[in-house]
Design a protein around this ligand. Structure first.
Ligand SMILES: [Zn+2]
Ligand SMILES: [Zn+2]
Length: 441
């Protein structure tokens, strides 16, 4: 069964440079290969190769022959995050260029879903991670993508990703649907860097041995979330996204033993200053280098971390990131937290006003040039003699939203001898594994 997936690679450009290696068929009838530029002029997509120009007012497809691949000009990866960079990337499968409503171009890679998962795993994590972890990751990625496609078909009537009230910014990221394709190629959906990242033999095995396997809860396909490192306790769905309870995305201790949820500010303070014995507290750097991708390895401290900001830096960030002027910063205070200590609503008080910011990703975005590693943090205030805030020190735990599977914890479980079924059972309670392509197993 060939399940095609449409992945948005670049979106919103006036011009795209394309390189086709091998033979392609343009719009199903014109053989084409080599380099050319595509522009959108006067509402038309124009492909110019040598003397010839082909136009379309909606989309142009390039259907790949076997072993053909294509590359596009510089593609931005890690958009808005601290690992943002431009990369030349290569893709297998078909290329589709579409005109957006605003007249800009969008490049889509149409690819077999199983091939897509191989690339996602190689882009998300180090392909040398233990096999059982790669299998768990393959199933989580596959379940997420199928539930995403299913949701898209239902299509929400109202856009509920942003709720603004006077003095309050509550943003939820990751819920927005993509109009022209199923998923984007960046962290917003799942990292997909084409075939630039060649899948290792282990990744091939992990995806093939779990072919079609997904997680189900009751009769529904699981919207399996995962992030780099929970910090020791995983987070609830509603701290990052909509206010609803997802039974298989409950907060849990990332260990063999129970750890009570963090309820008070002093619980969180003790927590970020501790080094609990949990699956994702991997002290051995050699193990970490086998788990994380080369790009993520640049982030050295993530289980427990520290960031310092002067009050001027903080004021400038708030002004620039929120567009709200609260003046001289006086106070910064968590109003509500999830069970892993991740802040859901944060109060920022200044000489000219106050602002409440949420949810977890928006808090991370506002308090950093790129993003803080997580919103599970405490703030140590440095006051001058007059009691004015001079600087803050942010002490935090974990990396990412912390909901669902903790990737570093899961990889470490695999190092410890757990198999992929045990790993998925640990992070997604009450779920079962089902083969979507065949009958139930
Ligand atoms: Zn996306
Ligand atoms: Zn963890």
């Amino acid at each position: 069964m060939w399940q095609a997936l449409r992945v948005g690679i670049v979106d919103g450009l006036e011009e795209i440079s394309v390189q086709l290696k091998g033979s392609y068929m343009m719009n199903g009838k014109i053989p084409i290969s080599g380099s050319f530029t595509v522009k959108c002029i006067e509402g038309e997509i124009r492909v110019t190769t040598g003397e010839k120009t082909f136009t379309s007012n909606r989309e142009i497809s390039f259907i790949a022959s076997k072993k053909a691949n294509f590359s596009l000009g510089d593609v931005t990866v890690g958009k808005g995050f601290h690992w943002e960079r431009k990369k030349k990337q290569f893709f297998s499968g078909n290329l589709i260029l579409k005109k957006r409503r605003d007249g800009l171009l969008c490049a889509i890679n149409e690819i077999d879903l199983e091939e897509y998962i191989k690339s996602v795993i190689s882009s998300e994590m180090n392909a040398c991670s233990p096999l059982e972890f790669l299998k768990a990751q393959a199933i989580a990625a596959r379940s997420w993508i199928f539930s995403r496609i299913k949701k898209k078909k239902k299509r929400k009537k109202e856009n509920e990703h942003e709720k603004m009230e006077e003095g309050e910014i509550m943003r939820i990221y990751g819920n927005e649907e993509h109009e022209l394709f199923d998923v984007c190629a960046d962290d917003h959906c799942q990292r997909y860097y084409g075939i630039t990242k060649f899948a290792s033999e282990e990744v091939e095995i992990a995806v093939e041995e779990t072919r079609g396997l997904v997680l189900m809860y009751g009769k529904s396909l699981c919207d399996t979330r995962y992030s780099k490192c929970c910090g020791g306790i995983t987070e609830e769905f509603s701290t990052a996204w909509d206010e609803k309870k997802v039974p298989y995305l409950k907060s849990l201790a990332d260990s063999k033993w129970d750890i009570p949820p963090l309820r008070t500010e002093s619980d969180v303070e003790r927590w970020v200053n501790s080094s609990p014995h949990v699956f994702c507290n991997v002290k051995h750097r050699g193990s970490i280098s086998k788990i994380l991708s080369a790009m993520d390895l640049k982030t050295e401290e993530f289980f427990r971390w520290k960031v310092s900001l002067s009050s001027e830096e903080l004021e400038e960030l708030i002004r620039r990131k929120t567009g709200v002027e609260i003046g001289e910063i006086k106070n910064i205070q968590p109003l509500s937290r999830g069970p892993s200590g991740r802040i859901k609503r944060l109060l920022l008080e200044g000489s000219k006003g106050r602002l409440v910011v949420g949810k977890e990703l928006e808090i991370r975005r506002v308090l950093s040039q790129s993003h803080l590693l997580s919103s599970a943090f405490i703030v140590k205030k440095d006051l001058n003699k007059k009691g004015h805030l001079r600087a803050i020190e942010v002490l935090g735990a974990g990396w990412g939203h912390g909901v669902g599977m903790c990737q570093i914890g899961a990889a470490n479980m695999a190092f410890m001898g757990y198999n992929f079924r045990e790993i998925l059972k640990h992070y997604f309670k009450g779920t079962r594994i089902v083969n979507l392509y065949e009958k139930e197993i």
